[in-house]
Design a binder for this molecule. Structure first.
Ligand code: HMH
Length: 220
């Protein structure tokens, strides 16, 4: 793969799956204005549950960075990520009240439960930092790629959904994802072939869970 980092080479070699996760009909529906608002509301409530689980996952990545990283800036970048998650949870509550969506006492649907269970498996101390940071990069990047599509000049995203799309589709969030990619690439450069294999597996698992999560939001 020459000058290409591991991550870019995996995006290339798993292109069809990556495409299914980042250009899902749910997201395409937002960008062309055909989205069913009840699907959007279902997504909103389920994603709030997911993001609450994402906090302890990020905490576990931070812990691994503290123990194993050879670059102090990792901690700063991940701590910035923690701050945005805190903002994000507040934003979900505000957005839910705007749409009259209930967040309390909502049960996670199957796809969400399975995704959260996958996150929990990555929180275990025996999971290598390189594997966890690869999964973390992938989770953030799927949303970045998906929602930036809805901000394209040719998109017809409904005005009332623009704030959602800007949250993850902004250039700022894009830079954050690039920083995560650099960390992951650096870790993977030094990783054993066993760790590299596990990281690639985690990347593909994230893409599958993301597709199922979008499907769940679309469905019923
Ligand atoms: C399902 N994937 C899902 N929810 C999110 N909020 C993100 C990724 C990105 O933060």
């Amino acid at each position: 793969s020459g000058d290409m980092g591991r991550i870019a080479s995996w995006v290339k070699s798993h292109r069809p799956m990556y495409h299914r996760a980042t250009q899902h009909p749910f997201v395409v529906g937002i960008s062309d204005g055909s989205v069913d608002l009840s699907a959007f509301k279902r997504w909103l409530a389920q994603d709030y549950i997911f993001v609450k689980e994402f906090v302890p996952f990020l905490a576990s990545v931070l812990l691994k960075a503290w123990k194993h990283s050879d670059d102090e800036s990792d901690m700063e970048i991940l701590l910035g990520g923690m701050t945005s998650l805190s903002d994000e949870l507040a934003w979900f509550r505000k957005e839910a009240s705007k749409w009259d969506v209930k967040l309390v006492g909502i049960a996670p649907q199957q796809a969400n439960l399975e995704y959260c269970r996958f996150l929990q498996s990555l929180m275990l101390p025996e999971v290598d930092y390189a594997v966890a940071i690869t999964a973390f990069w992938a989770i953030e990047t799927v949303y970045q790629e998906s929602f930036s599509l809805c901000l394209d000049s040719s998109s017809k995203t409904p005005e009332e959904l623009m704030e959602t799309c800007q949250r993850w589709g902004s250039a700022n969030f894009g830079h954050y994802c690039c920083s995560l990619q650099k960390i992951a690439d650096r870790c993977l450069e030094k990783a054993s072939s066993d760790i590299i294999r596990k990281a690639e597996e985690a990347f593909v698992c994230v893409l599958e869970h993301e597709v199922n999560f979008w499907n769940m939001s679309c469905g019923e």
